[in-house]
Design a protein around this ligand. Structure first.
Ligand code: CTP
Ligand code: CA
Length: 226
């Protein structure tokens, strides 16, 4: 494969990427969130744009620069991410959901700062929408890529998510591996496709992992005539 064809691999493809954590408000000064840095999703956005794609990046709160030639839309909560992703879904050919979306949010939020009291505090949490599940349930011709963050039975849970969410591919992260997951600049992942291909990418920079993921996605997409 020539470097030119590789360079043009995603030319003109409309790609929608989500990245980063979400923040779920408790009161004006407090929220629930997670350790996602956004680095993996941003690396995918950067490389996809380099490969000629038209990239929309829906980003939770992160401290990262927008990659060149990427249309970035900032959101805070899972509900906002759901809305923005949905409004771009029909127009997208490839969707890559790298974001670490909160599964729960406080059932009640208060507009004034909560004052501390003696004793314990309980906060009731309610489920957010599973954005990826809803995309999988409603997709037509889109190529849908999910992520899985796991700490045990990693391949089993990843395979289950691929099927349950009706995905075309899933990137499985084993958070117990030292060079993988949240915060660090490297990653080590397994990519599974609906067509039962399995790739294990050894520890490398998130940018290199992004290149390998997008390479296999482009090949798999081509094989399906998409
Ligand atoms: N996801 C989503 N919306 C949610 C929760 C998760 O779109 N409310 C997406 C993530 O962006 C990711 C995939 O679902 O691409 C898997 O996320 P993960 O947290 O690994 O799995 P869950 O399905 O949430 O299951 P659990 O956290 O219980 O393992
Ligand atoms: Ca989750």
């Amino acid at each position: 494969e020539s470097s030119l064809s590789k360079k043009q691999m995603l030319k003109g493809k409309r790609i929608l990427i989500s990245a980063g954590p979400t923040q779920e408000k408790i009161d004006p000064v407090r929220y629930f969130t997670n350790h996602s840095s956004g680095k993996m999703g941003y690396a995918i956005a950067e490389v996809a744009a380099q490969l000629g794609a038209q990239v929309t990046l829906v980003s939770g709160p992160v401290s990262l620069e927008t990659p060149p030639n990427v249309n970035r839309i900032d959101v805070t909560t899972a509900a906002e991410m759901y809305q923005v992703i949905n409004s771009h879904f029909e127009d997208s050919e490839i969707i890559i959901k790298a974001a670490a979306v909160a599964d729960y949010r406080p059932k009640q939020t208060v507009d004034q700062k909560m004052k501390k009291k003696d004793g314990e505090l309980s906060i009731t949490l309610e489920r957010t929408n599973d954005i990826l599940q809803s995309l999988g349930d409603h997709k037509t011709n889109q190529y849908l890529v999910g992520f899985a963050a796991e700490t045990h039975d990693v391949l089993e849970f990843g395979t289950e998510k691929l099927k349950k969410k009706n995905l075309d591919a899933i990137v499985i992260n084993d958070l117990t591996k030292p060079g993988a997951g949240f915060g660090v600049d490297t990653n080590e992942v397994t990519l599974l496709t609906r067509t039962e291909k399995k790739f294990t990418f050894p520890v490398a920079s998130k940018k290199q992992i992004a290149q390998q993921i997008l390479n296999e996605v482009a090949i798999d997409l081509g094989e399906q005539g998409k």
